[in-house]
Each structure stands twice: as C-alpha cells, then as structure tokens.
Ligand binder design. Structure first.
Ligand SMILES: [Fe+2]
Ligand SMILES: [Fe+2]
Length: 175
C-alpha cells in the first residue's frame, strides 16, 4: 500500500547529509530489519515501523546531536499524508510520536512505538556505542542485541531492503 521506493526517493531529494553516512540509508535499512523483528514479537504495527525507518532521521542536518530532527522527520511524513503516507489518524499518531521522541530515552509506550525505538537503539554500534540492555524497551530487543550489534558494528548492508527501496547495491559501506 505504501510505495517505499517513491517515499525514499522523495526523502533523498531534500536530504542534507551523505546518503551512506552514519544516519543514512544503510542505518535506516537495519532499523527496518530490527524493528520488524521486534514488532513480530510484540504485536507492533509493521507498516508504521517501515515508515519510521524511512522518516525518523530523514531530516537530520548533522551527524551529531541534532535537536528536533525526529520532529522534523515526523513533520515531513505529515506533509505527505494523503499523497505518499496513508495512515489513519491513530496509526499516524504512532508514527509521529515514534519519530518525535526517538532520542528522548523513553523505554515504555505503545508496542509499535517501542518497536521503533528499540530498532534504532539496536543499531548504535555503528557509532561505537554498545546499547545498554536496560535502556531498551522490550525483552525481544534484549534478545536481539548480540545479533543486531554485530550487524551495526560491521556496517552490515541489508541489500534486500535497499533493493525493495529501489536502491542499487553499489552503496559504499562506511569506512
Ligand atoms: Fe535519530
Ligand atoms: Fe536512527
């Protein structure tokens, strides 16, 4: 129902950072794979997780602390409601909340929102941070941590996700 390739294409039109950077598309792809695993276990909404992966860092303007970037990502998704983003109000509220507060350190909330936050935190190894199990939201994420952290630290490239988003495999892994 959502055209993720088209959404990604439109996001990248206004994306301020290197596509292959620390917060770029390879991170988004791992966030998706992490989030789908958590959602499959905790009943989270997989479609919202998909959109979170694409939007949560879509409007970063730097690769360090970037106040408000989650809200800007949510705002972008809101701008595209009815054209590229098709969620009813309740599901859109989950997406927006997940984006807006994803860097605030919360560990409780709606299952979908927790799946989104855990998905992002499980990928902290790419910037040399070992996720603290107690700071994850779900038991599933704690179980996934060794797997996800290994992928984060080696900059695993989820080629199938990138292909499904319309990207070709010549993306350069991070150095
Ligand atoms: Fe972020
Ligand atoms: Fe992120």
């Amino acid at each position: 129902m959502h055209d993720y390739a088209r959404i990604l294409q439109e996001i990248l039109v206004g994306y301020a950072l290197p596509v292959n950077g620390y917060h770029g598309v390879v991170h988004w792809a791992r966030v998706l794979e992490n989030g789908l695993r958590v959602a499959a276990s905790n009943g989270g909404d997989a479609e919202v997780v998909q959109l979170f992966a694409l939007f949560h860092d879509a409007r970063r303007v730097n690769d360090e602390r970037d106040d408000g970037h989650g809200q800007r990502g949510g705002d972008l998704a809101r701008t595209w409601r009815g054209s590229l983003v098709h969620l009813d109000d309740a599901r859109f509220a989950l997406l927006y909340d997940a984006c807006e507060r994803h860097t605030d350190g919360h560990t409780t909330g709606d299952p979908t929102v927790m799946a989104c936050w855990d998905a992002d935190r499980l990928d902290l190894g790419r910037v040399d941070i070992v996720p603290t199990p107690e700071l994850l939201c779900t038991e599933t994420a704690r179980e996934l941590l060794p797997w996800a952290h290994a992928r984060a630290t080696t900059n695993h490239v989820p080629q199938a996700v990138l292909a499904s988003w319309g990207l070709t495999p010549q993306l350069t892994p991070l150095g």
